[in-house]
Design a protein around this ligand. Structure first.
Ligand code: SAH
Length: 232
């Protein structure tokens, strides 16, 4: 008993171990059952998913459900994506250690943190100022110094920092925003849900010859909205 107590105290410097669920164990199980079990193989992506504390990116009242197999509400009518979707989109974007990545739709900041584990620099754009501020603060608190949260309309991308080695969009436009295609480096991929009611996750790769596009699987994301001055 004494030995076990000592180990528990060492493992929980906050002293809250008796009340804190074992999130690391849940994360491990999430990776095994929801990701490896469904064909996500990229070891770097799996490692990042093992590392990022998803429970910190959901409202405190929902922390207990953070590692379940589904999306969760994060306020302002928005959601944090299902773990499988985050891992799958990350694997499709395939960020490399020296890459500069753009994300559109910061939301909770979770996908940005996963990208931040894998790439040199992540720029993530969020249109709801309160969500941008909250995620900026949380990402800084968790030490993601390589992730920049920008408040604004991601439809137009981030021309000043382009081209990007990958672009991940986590809100669905009716059609692919042309500025995002323009901001892809040669060899880079855009991973984006497209459509109104029936959305399809699409991957567009810029090759030396031009753009190659393919549909991956049906998805359901919140719509990509436009700033009033940009809305058509
Ligand atoms: N990647 C997020 C989940 C995204 S939810 C996560 O890991 O939690 C989609 C987000 O896109 C919402 O926060 C929504 O406010 C934002 N969004 C919608 N339209 C946008 C736009 N035009 N530019 C930037 N963000 C947008």
């Amino acid at each position: 008993m004494a030995v076990r107590l000592a180990i528990m105290l060492m493992a929980a410097p906050t002293g809250l171990c008796s009340e804190t669920p074992d999130f690391a164990a849940r994360r491990e199980q999430m990776v095994r059952d929801q990701l490896e079990g469904r064909g996500i193989e990229n070891p770097r992506v799996l490692d990042a998913m093992r590392k990022v504390p998803r429970h910190r990116f959901v409202p405190a009242a929902l922390a207990d459900r953070a590692y379940r197999d589904g999306p969760l509400p994060i306020g302002y009518g928005q959601t944090i994506s299902q773990p499988f979707i985050v891992a799958s989109m990350t694997a499709l974007a395939d960020p490399q250690p020296r890459d500069r990545i753009l994300e559109v739709g910061t939301g909770s900041g979770y996908q940005a943190a996963v990208l931040g584990e894998l790439a040199a620099r992540v720029y993530t754009i969020e249109i709801v100022p309160e969500l941008a501020a909250r995620s900026r603060k949380l990402l800084a608190e968790l030490g993601y110094e390589n992730v920049d949260v920008i408040t604004g309309d991601g439809w137009k991308g981030l021309a000043g920092e382009a081209p990007f080695d990958a672009i991940v969009v986590t809100a669905a436009p009716a059609e692919i925003p042309p500025p995002l295609l323009d901001q892809l480096a040669v060899g880079a991929k855009l991973v984006i849900p497209v459509g109104d009611r029936n959305q399809m996750l699409r991957v567009v790769e810029r090759t030396r010859e031009g753009l190659e596009e393919r549909g991956v699987y049906p998805v359901r994301f919140v719509p990509l909205v436009r700033e009033p001055e940009n809305a058509r």
